[in-house]
Design a protein around this ligand. Structure first.
Ligand SMILES: NC(=O)c1ccc[n+]([C@@H]2O[C@H](COP(=O)([O-])OP(=O)(O)OC[C@H]3O[C@@H](n4cnc5c(N)ncnc54)[C@H](O)[C@@H]3O)[C@@H](O)[C@H]2O)c1
Length: 330
């Protein structure tokens, strides 16, 4: 299958491109390189179209030129704090640009769409079990932008027959085990790479935001899902849509949580080095616990994560950081 991977030069997109190749598919990357890396496409030997999704005309031309069998859409801005101070930027890039893509698909008769949604669409959990029926009440423009796209997808399915799988990721983590590709964000806000940057002296240390939560060690608990397990879910989503199944929105997480303190301990154990840890105030809008109930994706796709423990996830990320933890300049 020819698959257009929008945002494929980014972290999760590049890992999915690699798995598409391994599974015999033909990926093409569309990316504006605002956060992605041409070097990732080069390392994978995949064609890269440098196009901004906001450019409706160019997106239409590209869809007409390639006529993919499916589109995977990873492209978005994803910094929660920035979305609060610059909502316009987020709604333009995450919602309006997505409409450009969907309209081009509709015009070219491309009917399969796999979307990177997020657990941030749930907002603050109101019950311990975070399954897909949990109410969606986002608490920041980033979460709203993804929630809006989910609604648009339902409407485009009904009206234009574009079938979707929306995967609500929890915390993506880790890297390709050989360290060929990995996580390179600037600024980096994700806990595991932040820890490694501190270990490597690229930042002063790590701040723990809140140690008085109602959790066993007082720090926030998150569900860390290995990026290759996320990639696998995308491959299975294609198979699912190819069989003519109906559109669906699914959680994608391991179902197990790890606290910030546990992650720090794990990084120290893997590297054999001590982190300089500062205790900070709680951040607004940080729920104490975010752990997926992932029964639906397991039963529907037969998906199950290969990485069920924190340590091997952290080890793969460390491999990437030992290889430099960065791509060449864009
Ligand atoms: N990383 C996580 O833990 C996580 C969790 C939940 C959801 N998500 C979602 O998954 C997706 C991928 O996340 P990531 O961590 O790989 O992010 P990333 O920033 O590494 O990748 C996003 C890619 O999209 C590209 N892009 C952005 N806007 C574009 C535009 N207008 N036109 C063309 N390309 C554009 C960027 O250059 C980048 O390569 C995002 O949609 C994000 O919201 C990520």
């Amino acid at each position: 299958m020819k698959v257009l991977v929008v945002g494929g030069a980014g972290y999760i997109g590049a890992h999915t491109v690699r798995m598409l190749q391994a599974e015999g598919h033909t990926p093409i990357i569309l990316d504006n390189l605002s956060a992605g890396h041409a070097e990732a496409a080069r390392r994978l030997g995949v064609p890269l179209e440098v196009v901004d999704l906001g450019n409706k005309e160019k997106v239409a031309v590209l869809l007409a030129q390639h006529r993919p069998d499916a589109v995977m859409h990873f492209a978005a801005f994803a910094l929660v704090g920035e979305s609060v101070s610059h909502p316009s930027k987020y709604y333009h890039n995450n919602v309006i640009a997505t409409i450009n893509l969907l309209d081009a698909m509709r015009d070219q008769g491309v009917k399969r769409f796999i979307f990177s949604s997020t657990c941030a669409t749930y907002g603050n959990p109101t019950r311990p079990t975070l399954d897909e029926t949990h109410p969606q009440q986002p608490i920041n423009p980033y979460g709203w932008s993804k929630f809006m796209v989910e609604q648009i997808l339902k409407d485009y399915d009904r009206a234009y027959g574009i079938k979707h799988v929306a995967l609500r990721y929890f915390n993506a983590a880790g890297s390709s085990p050989d360290g060929l590709i990995g996580e390179d964000h600037d600024p980096e806000t994700h806990l595991i790479p932040v820890c490694f940057q501190a270990i490597q002296g690229k930042r002063n240390g790590v701040t723990v935001f809140g140690t008085d939560y109602d959790t066993p060690d007082g720090t926030c608990i998150r569900d860390y899902i290995h990026v290759d397990d996320l990639a696998k879910a995308h491959i299975q989503a294609i198979d699912y849509l190819l069989k003519g199944n109906p559109s669906v929105m699914l959680n994608c997480g391991t179902g197990h949580g790890h606290s910030v303190r546990e992650v720090i301990d794990c990084v120290e154990a893997v590297t054999g080095k001590k982190l300089n840890v500062t205790i900070g105030e709680r951040r607004e809008g940080d729920p104490p616990v975010l752990v997926a109930s992932a029964g639906k994706i397991r039963s529907l796709f037969g998906w199950s994560p290969k990485y069920t423990e924190l340590r091997p996830i952290v080890e793969t990320a460390w491999t990437w950081f030992q290889r430099g933890g960065k791509y060449e300049a864009r």
